[in-house]
Design a protein around this ligand. Sequence first.
Ligand code: AMP
Ligand code: MG
Length: 484
Amino acid sequence: MTGPGFHFDNTYLDLPEALYSKLSPVPVTQPEIVILNLPLATEMGLDFSGMSPDEQAALFAGNVLPEGAEPLAQAYAGHQFGHFTTLGDGRAILLGEHFTPAGQRMDVQFKGSGRTPYSRGGDGRAALGPMLREYVISEAMHALKVPTTRSLAVVATGEQVHRETDLPGAILTRIACSHLRVGTFEYAIMQQDKEMMRSLVDYTLDRHFPSIEDTANKALALLEAVVEKQADLVTNWMRVGFVHGVMNTDNMALSGETIDYGPCAFMDSFDPGTVFSSIDHKGRYAYANQPSIVQWNLARFAETLLPILDDNIKHASEIAEQVLRSFGPLHKEKWFSMMRAKLGLTGDREDDESLVTDLLDWMHGAEVDYTNFFRDLVPGDRPHGKPYDDEAFVAWYARWQERLARDQKDLEASLALMGASNPVVIPRNHKVEQALDAATNGDLQPFRDLLDALEKPYQNQSGLTPYQSPPKPEEKVLQTFCGT
Ligand code: AMP
Ligand code: MG
């Protein structure tokens, strides 16, 4: 057997031992490859052609460890729906950090790989449906140009996992810039060890923000950098209509990548209150709440940094509050600039704000499909039929045309801006559910077709229509489940 060519480094082991536990994945009985992401493998400099399907399956199941891997489970804590809990990788194992040919350091992690010291009451395993869900949504997000962890492979374990019923078990191989979370810092601060906090700050800066490593106040620099990254990330989510579903602080990566795809979904018709997750009873993580939840999570992050922001705790709080206060205006600016791009507008006019908010109010009231609307919107050619013949929309369209004409020297530039901001296709929830249902029953074809359809989401291609239509009433998926 020729190995796939992993080049592992294991710097996480240089951090204080309280932050992880060394252990190997628990082997499974009958692993079988369900899907292997060859384009991602190529990007990572990995070549699986020298391995038989059985050897590939044994590798991605954790039955045979690749050379250089030094597996560990990470300790972390988190605010789950607002309540603090200590957690950790209860069903995940980090193999190490692989160096890509481009010199990028990428975490390689198994999800569903067996019990760990952090499993609490859980079985350490994962079901096939949720792992395929993470696979398809993360790959779709990548194609949509939203920062995200990636998915390299899913193997079926040949074992059943018991949830409400018995389900086929699976392991996902997740690739991430890192798995450092707000929750990692929340765990570290519990150890009441300033040196540990300092080493974690140094480590995070080194991995994600090397250009600001030499700053006088490193904790402050890190906080500012994470605020900026998260403002960018949530703006991207809002752009494509993504609802994460479980924005607990343990599911917020400091790298600014979207992480931990549980009961997430994309919105069909525009509604700020959209919630899918079956466990989000109060709508805490609804579509339009996401920016303020990011800010809340950032406040939890800032709290962990207080002891090293300044020796004077009062002064440290003032510094942190000032940075946290910057999030609101920063996000608003990014959000408007994103919405302007969706509308093909350049420049900054006083009444842009009402142009955008009036549109969204109308879209909400008329239950307009969020994705298709922005593709139907073409300068000089008002769309017709339901819901576009509505008087309110006709009037808005005229205002938009006027605004376009005021600043736009070049219509092509507007069209290009709109084309790059507005996807033609998203992983609609009903299509995802249909594909996962079929896959769980042994038919992978709908899943593969869905992946193909989502590969170039900014390009009109033939065959996309079934993936672009909003769900029929009987197809609507009202709730999504973690399936943990
Ligand atoms: P999640 O909702 O996937 O972000 O998981 C929250 C926490 O629960 C994390 O610490 C997970 O590692 C843990 N967890 C989720 N499912 C399981 C499971 N089946 N067995 C053990 N731990 C789990
Ligand atoms: Mg999680």
